[in-house]
Write a protein that binds this ligand. Structure first.
Ligand code: PMV
Length: 340
């Protein structure tokens, strides 16, 4: 390969898991398979300036502000993937990123961030080492993104995406794959995800620490097994459009992730008072109206409000605007709609 100065730009969305990845083995091998929706509106835009033949170093800017901690993380990541990209330590990097969603909103920026960087690296690799097919290039980007942040590997694809060996065709522990489109009922191809921003600021536990705590959690094995088993019903639900079972399964997954953290040593409670109040409001609303509004959670206090994008969504939106927005901090709500 021959390397020279290059500037490449890419954009990558975040994602929200329905069956959660929580717990991993060496080299970012997930302890169980996971499935997510890609959040088309929550994106990271990244520009990588590569200065060939300069000593290896990384400088990063987030929305124009230099971020030294992030640069250290990327530097470590680049050293880690040298075995796959032999040119990677042969230059200086100036990386500029910005998110289309509010800073410190708690929306997973590591997924979109590592996804965008992995895509930029694949662009450079194709310039230096030759072009791959579109499919192969995406798979490699997903593989590289996984080594930065596990959940990031799912952000390379649109719609419903699976990471981890499971009953899903072609799935792998090494990269994500798109869930087969012909096995998805139409109701799931057009879905709202509104993130209710309950709490701004630092999360009480990083995902690195969180995954690590699963190593000593006495319930971990049972949880990994359950997640694997949940792919059975999930496949059926996605095919037949059974919303009631979908709601039950997705909420159970979210609460299980939080329960695992409560049962770890040391214990963490990732919800805030507002999180619990919102969950109770959602359950009351569903009991009274029968409308399909439900939630999932990341490893934090914010609530992802999920509901189909259909004729009845006005009633759900009114309820969110009138009752649930009271529990948010100043950023309010980030709206996304998945269409695929
Ligand atoms: O990708 P990581 O290591 O930051 O892990 C994220 C894990 C969850 O977001 C909590 C769940 C998931 O599957 O995305």
């Amino acid at each position: 390969f021959t390397i020279n100065n290059q500037t490449v730009s890419e954009s990558c969305p975040s994602n929200i898991a329905l069956i959660k990845y929580w717990g991993k083995y060496d080299n970012q091998i997930p302890a169980n398979p996971s499935i997510s929706y890609t959040l088309n509106h929550c994106k990271t835009n990244t520009t990588v300036e590569f200065l060939a033949n300069e000593p290896f170093s990384v400088q990063t800017f987030l929305a124009g502000n230099e971020e030294v901690k992030f640069a250290e993380k990327i530097e470590k990541y680049f050293r880690n993937i040298e075995q796959y990209l032999p040119w990677i330590l042969k230059g200086k990097y100036i990386i500029r990123t910005e998110n289309t969603f509010p800073h410190s909103s708690g929306i997973a920026s590591s997924a979109s961030g590592f996804g965008a960087i992995a895509k930029c690296l694949m662009n450079l690799d194709e310039i230096f080492s030759g072009k791959d097919s579109e499919e192969e290039s995406l798979r490699k980007a997903s593989f590289l993104a996984r080594l930065g942040s596990g959940s990031a590997c799912r952000s390379l694809y649109n719609g419903l995406v699976v990471w981890g060996e499971s009953q899903v065709r072609g799935s792998s522990d090494l990269f994500a794959v798109q869930y087969p489109n012909d096995e998805i009922h139409d109701i799931f191809k057009n879905f709202n995800d509104w993130v209710l921003l309950i709490h701004e600021g630092q999360k009480s536990v990083s995902s690195t620490v969180g995954h690590g705590l699963m190593n000593t959690n006495p319930y971990a094995e049972r949880r990994f097994q359950e997640a694997r088993e949940n792919f059975g019903p999930m496949k059926e639900i996605l095919a037949n459009g059974d919303m009631e079972s979908f709601i039950k399964l997705v909420e159970h997954e979210a609460l299980t992730l939080h329960a695992m953290m409560m049962m770890s040593e040391p214990a963490f409670i990732l919800m805030k008072t507002g999180t619990l109040e919102v969950i109770n409001k959602i359950w009351d609303f569903r009991r009274i109206t029968g409308l399909p509004l439900f939630f999932t959670l990341d490893a934090g206090a914010n609530v992802h409000l999920l509901f189909p994008n259909d004729l009845e969504q006005n009633k759900i939106e009114d309820f969110i605007n009138q009752e649930l927005l009271l529990f948010t901090q100043k950023n309010g709500v980030v709206k996304d709609v998945m269409r695929f």
